[in-house]
Design a protein around this ligand. Structure first.
Ligand SMILES: Nc1ncnc2c1ncn2[C@@H]1O[C@H](COP(=O)(O)OP(=O)(O)OP(=O)(O)O)[C@@H](O)[C@H]1O
Length: 254
C-alpha cells in the first residue's frame, strides 16, 4: 500500500510486522490516522485488527516497521510509557472490573491524581446512566452499561488519541445508536482509531478506513468512497459485514 505521510497525521504505522509466539501475525500493516478524524480498521475475523491496536500500544510490540505518534517513533516503548504519551485504549469484550463499583472503575482509570474530577462532567454528560449507577458494582450493570463504562474509563485521563476495539459488540440497536452518538461527541476532542465490524456504524462514523486482510493492510481511503464500492466490500469484508437486517435478527426487537 502506498503511504503518503502528512504533517496532519497524529499516528502513522509504517509496514509493521508483529509476531505472537512463533506466529507471524502482522506482515506489513501501514495505517495513517489524520488528527481530528475517526479512522476505522476493517477486515474479516482474524485479519489482525486487534493485533494492530495492541502493536501501537506496545502490548504486542512490532519487531519491524515504525509506529510514529506526533512525529516521534514510539515502537519499542513499554505500554505504560505509550499510555503516558496520551494514547487511551478501550479493549474489546467490555474490559471493566466487575466486582468494583462504577466509581471505583472510573477512579482506577486515573493516570494522575485529579484526572477523574477534571473530566467527570464530560463523562457523565456523555453517559448519564453511569452517574445514576455510580455506586453499583460492574456486574450489576447491563451489557450495554458495561460497554459504556469501558469507554468511560478511557476518558478519565486526557488523551490525544483513543484506540477503541469493537464498541458496538453485542449491543442492541438502540444502544448502538447511543454509543455512536457518544463516539461522535468524543471525536470532537480526541482523534479516534477504532475497530468496528458493524459496517453501518463504521460507515456513519468514520471519515477514513484501512482494510486489513490476512495480516496486511491492503486498502485505505475515504469511507464515503468505500460505501459505494461494492466490489471492494465483497472482496475484503464479505462475511464480516453485518447489515442492518442481520443486526435486527441478532437482537430481535430490543
Ligand atoms: N495470543 C495469540 N496466540 C496465537 N495467535 C493469536 C493470538 N492472538 C491472536 N492470534 C491470531 O492472530 C490473528 C489475528 O488476530 P486479531 O485478534 O488481531 O484479529 P482481528 O482482525 O481483530 O479479528 P476479530 O475480529 O476476530 O477480533 C488471528 O489469526 C488470531 O488467531
Amino acid at each position: 500500500m502506498n503511504m503518503k505521510h502528512s504533517q496532519d497525521d497524529i499516528l502513522v504505522l509504517d509496514h509493521i510486522h508483529t509476531f505472537i509466539g512463533q506466529f507471524h501475525i502482522l506482515e506489513g500493516v501501514s495505517v495513517r490516522v489524520p488528527k481530528g478524524s475517526i479512522t476505522v480498521l476493517l477486515g474479516r475475523n482474524g485479519a489482525g485488527k486487534t493485533t494492530t491496536l495492541k502493536s501501537i500500544l506496545g502490548l504486542t510490540p512490532p519487531q519491524e516497521g515504525k509506529v510514529i505518534f506526533e512525529g516521534i517513533e514510539i515502537q519499542g516503548k513499554r505500554a505504560y510509557d505509550v499510555a503516558n504519551l496520551g494514547i487511551g485504549y478501550v479493549p474489546e469484550h467490555r474490559a471493566i472490573f466487575r466486582a468494583l463499583s462504577v466509581m471505583e472503575n472510573l477512579k482506577l482509570a486515573e493516570r494522575k491524581k485529579g484526572d477523574f474530577d477534571r473530566n467527570s462532567d464530560f463523562i457523565f454528560d456523555l453517559f448519564p446512566d453511569l452517574k445514576r449507577l455510580y455506586k453499583l458494582p460492574g456486574n450489576h450493570l447491563s451489557g450495554g452499561q458495561q460497554q459504556m463504562l469501558a469507554v468511560a474509563r478511557a476518558l478519565v485521563p486526557d488523551n490525544k488519541l483513543l484506540l477503541i476495539d469493537e464498541p458496538s459488540e453485542g449491543l442492541a440497536p438502540i444502544l448502538i445508536q447511543q454509543m455512536m452518538e457518544a463516539i461522535r461527541v468524543l471525536s470532537e476532542k480526541t482523534t479516534i482509531l477504532m475497530v468496528e465490524q458493524n459496517f453501518i456504524m463504521a460507515s456513519q462514523l468514520a471519515q477514513k478506513f484501512t482494510i486489513i486482510d490476512d495480516g496486511q493492510s491492503v486498502q485505505e481511503g475515504m469511507m464515503s468512497d468505500l460505501v459505494n464500492d461494492t466490489d471492494m466490500i465483497h472482496q475484503y469484508l464479505g462475511a464480516s459485514i453485518k447489515t442492518r437486517k442481520e443486526l435486527e435478527m441478532e437482537h430481535g426487537s430490543q
